[in-house]
Design a binder for this molecule. Structure first.
Ligand SMILES: [Zn+2]
Length: 299
């Protein structure tokens, strides 16, 4: 794990900082850390008794407005956190720290109910049976157009079985293929280096490919207009380690040579609850040179 010194979307070093805690479930999964009660029998002269949780910081970028956790997990910690995501071991540990999680998870596993609305947003930009890559698409359950896609590829670090009709591809395989649509939905809020993730998926975005990026538009970001109020009210961090603004999304896409066609914040319903998401449609900047090793992108 490293501590961010610059904004992970726009690169600015102009960051404001407030103390926060990493939620015990994430600390236990990623690091094996457990909260502990310091009692008088520890014999610590200068520390009062009380609970010690995993201390972290909330960082706010003054340039693009991104609000983010200072801790940036490494590959091994990400693998520990997301291995068998929402599987038995994950659910057991999370239920211990967050009673009632199991019942909420059952709703999430039933699949998102707003995919038709996303398909309606994208359909005008795509052929009737698009070739689709879902980057970070878990089992492929929520991939737009999956029932009518000419090709349904999923790139995913977890190894859960895919839905029928979907095929797993490596990043290198994805970069050699041609897609009409590359989807990255509900991924960038989890990753330690959004620019690196977007660069990697951009290798699969050809001159004619539409990129669809979706992230939560977190309640805190919508309801607190003042950046300082947002930062001071963000006192705990869980799996979502990046809280985006439109400016931060535009910055991270621009860093990979991608131009935004449309960016909207809208309400969606999932599992009976209404949340808000940013939906971003983007294409490769025409002036961008071919990504290394992808002859398909050569003009
Ligand atoms: Zn920034």
């Amino acid at each position: 794990m490293r501590i961010a010194k610059r904004c992970v979307c726009c690169g600015s070093a102009d960051l404001a900082r407030s103390p926060a805690v990493l939620m015990p479930f994430v600390a236990a999964r990623a690091f094996g850390w457990e909260s502990v009660e310091i009692t008088p029998d520890w014999g610590l002269r200068d520390l009062p008794a009380g609970w010690a949780h995993s201390l972290c910081a909330t960082l706010a970028c003054d340039a693009c407005g991104l609000l983010f956790l200072d801790m940036r997990f490494d590959d091994a910690e990400m693998a520990a956190l997301y291995a068998d995501y929402r599987g038995p071991a994950y659910r057991t540990l999370r239920e211990r720290f967050e009673p009632g999680y199991g019942a909420r998870n059952a709703i999430l596993e039933a699949g998102s109910t707003y995919i038709p609305a996303i398909e309606a947003l994208l359909a005008g930009h795509l052929p009737a049976a698009p070739r689709v890559l879902d980057w970070g698409g878990d089992t492929g359950l929520n991939t737009p157009f999956r029932d009518g896609a000419a090709l349904h590829h999923v790139h995913e670090i977890s190894d859960r079985p895919l839905v029928p009709g979907a095929a797993r591809v490596s990043a290198a395989e994805a970069a050699r293929n041609t897609y009409d649509l590359v989807v990255s939905a509900q991924v960038l809020e989890h990753v330690p280096d959004p620019r690196a993730t977007v660069r990697a998926m951009a290798a699969a975005v050809g001159p004619e490919t539409l990129l669809y990026v979706e992230v939560p538009h977190e309640t805190l970001m919508r309801e607190a207009a003042d950046p300082e109020a947002r930062r001071l009210s963000k006192r705990h961090w869980h799996e979502h380690v990046n809280f985006f603004t439109e400016a931060s999304l535009r910055a991270v896409l621009a860093s990979a040579g991608l131009a935004v066609l449309r960016c909207l914040s809208h309400p969606v319903e999932a599992g009976g609850r209404v949340g808000h998401v940013f939906s971003v449609l983007a294409r490769r900047e025409p002036s961008q040179p071919a990504a290394p090793g992808t002859a398909r992108n050569t003009p």
